[in-house]
Write a protein that binds this ligand. Sequence first.
Ligand SMILES: [Zn+2]
Length: 305
Amino acid sequence: MRGPVPAADIGFTLPHEHTAIALWHIPNRWDYWELSRDEEIAAAELARFRAAGGSSLVDLTLPGVGRDPARLAGLSEQTGLHIVMGAGWYRGAYYPAEALIDRRSVDDLASELIREATDGVAETGIKPGIIGEVGTDKPWVSALEERVHRAVARAARQTGLAITTHSVMSPVGLDQLRLFEEEGMDPSRVVIGHADSYPSLDYYLEIVGRGANLEFDFLGMSFTPMERHGEGRIVELLCELLARGHADRVLLSQDVCHNGQLTRYGGHGYTYLQETFLPRVRDAGASDSEIEQITVGNPRRILAR
Ligand SMILES: [Zn+2]
């Protein structure tokens, strides 16, 4: 948010987070899923992450669910964190009407992202540092979503930005990856997100086998019994990937996207990895250098242009 920084300055990083998001306003969604826009609350939560050794955080909130470059720049100033902003369009149900996704060509959509990466967002001059989170509502890619996937791949190729995806509870990440590959995207610049919501070693091996990255980013979520009790399996799968030599293709995050996840309201805040998850992974046999690779080296590589 405060301009380019040398890659070496990027330390412990959360590559898939939100500091504010609203998900309840779409048709046929009746809950009030929201992460507060209150700057004071967000700054206090982020300060805890910084105090625990955090260096950088990627905020993947996009237009349509509350992206706000000026607010993010303010949070970065206040906390001293490197905050990285995303770009693109989230998933079908959340495409903002004014983006006219169903009326514009793939190249026209791509050119909007290239413009943001070159000149900044509107008059703020603030540039995104990654494309995403973009993805799919369901375990398939809709027609509109295919258009967005192709557009972001073309923009990523032109700008050198990486792409990070929303892909839940299914192997749909492979369909996303196929579209990016068809557009000539280098798979090592793609992060298939929410992979821990589909705990399948075969799925993970297929993603890394094609040269892409996978991300366990629902860590510490406790909205459902599955999320509360599934972590042991995720630790096992992570250790299996490490044993097979894939430490260079895994990323970890917490996807804070609801007030209930903030420490202020009894949640883990932004420090679940440092305080709980990584000690568990260490106990399960991961080495310090593997953990350093996953939490520092890999995000640094993804964010470097
Ligand atoms: Zn997210």
